[in-house]
Design a protein around this ligand. Structure first.
Ligand SMILES: [Zn+2]
Length: 326
């Protein structure tokens, strides 16, 4: 037996599947990413995950069968005990339940642990990233949706299993329709999915924007974080307006959560958060201020240090914790 255990971590997102292979210090030895399938069903997603794991292993000069374990951070309702993911609505044809752990274990061999994607990314920042100095924090993952993770007294707060849904903090009663079906949620204004729906509506009505030109030029079907970032650099009026609106909603929602929890820090991650980076981290801090009750000492907003790979590294962390309790 080699004394170095390699682990794979998979960040299963609505846009991409990002996988890393790490050593025992969680240093990344190999990584691979593929777009999340936009059609088909859970088995197609599982096949894509397996492909990224094999490719990341090749880069790490290992075989998938040699991995100590595999961790997957997944959207939807995650039941790690039974290896099942249910209602992962950002993924194609995944309204029902699918035995993701079994499918991957069958294809690759090693034991598979599952965790909620956002919780996994929050714990990665807490243990290995910007959250290391603190014992309480709020992770805000600004991407396709807006996910949240809460750490209190050094522990992930799960509530009755659904805590941290910061995207569904209500920022406007009777406001815009959220992808969750309710109205006025922060995500209805700030989620990349909702922002794209709004951009398409405005574009159809004849408003000018370069967003879709950039999308076509880059051969994409969706307004990815990179496309929003490029449009902002060009000062595209629609992109600027929709991102301003998103920041305003984030400011109100995140500040409201801070008023309740009084955490030591807010960590901003997610596709858009990481891509837009420091200027927008500052803007969020500023947008929160009018809503923070303890306004003489608002918590700092920090960028997720593990960046784009945080979710995948966190999933590898999850795998190592699952091995430890075995
Ligand atoms: Zn909602």
């Amino acid at each position: 037996m080699p004394d170095m255990t390699l682990r794979a971590g998979v960040d299963l997102g609505g846009t991409k599947v990002q996988t890393v292979v790490v050593d025992e210090q969680f240093q990344v030895l190999g990584q691979h990413r593929l777009p999340t399938p936009t059609s088909g069903g859970p088995q197609d997603v599982a096949d894509t995950i397996a492909e990224t794991i094999r490719a990341a292993c090749t880069e790490a000069e290992a075989e998938a069968s040699e991995l100590g374990s595999i961790g997957v951070g997944s959207p939807g309702d995650v039941d790690d005990e039974n290896g099942i993911v249910t209602s992962a609505r950002n993924l194609p044809g995944w309204e029902g339940s699918f035995p993701l752990a079994g499918a991957l274990q069958g294809a690759l061999g090693p034991r598979v642990s599952l965790g909620n994607d956002v919780n996994v990314a929050t714990m990665a920042e807490f243990h290995l990233g910007s959250g290391q100095p603190y014992s309480s924090l709020l992770g805000v993952f600004w991407g396709t949706g807006v996910g949240g993770g809460v750490v209190l007294d050094g522990k992930l707060w799960l509530g009755r299993d659904a805590a941290g849904e910061i995207g569904h903090m209500v920022v406007k009663v009777g406001g815009a329709k959220c992808p969750c079906g309710r109205h006025g949620c922060m995500e209805a204004y700030a989620g990349r999915g909702a922002m794209e729906i709004r951009a398409r509506e405005l574009f159809k009505k004849g408003e000018q924007t370069d967003l879709f030109k950039i999308m076509e030029k880059r051969g994409r079907e969706r307004l990815t974080s990179g496309i929003w970032a490029r449009a902002l650099v060009r000062q595209d009026p629609m992109a600027v307006r929709l991102v301003d609106r998103a920041i305003e909603a984030l400011g109100a929602g995140v500040a409201s959560a801070v008023n309740l929890l009084d955490v030591e820090a807010v960590i901003l991650g997610g596709g858009l958060g990481v891509r837009l980076g420091d200027p927008y981290r500052k803007r969020l801090e500023h947008a929160m201020l009018p809503h923070v009750f303890a306004d003489t000492r608002p918590p700092p907003v920090l960028l997720a240090q593990l960046g784009d790979l945080g979710g995948a590294i966190g999933a590898a962390l999850l795998a190592s914790e699952a091995e430890a309790v075995q």
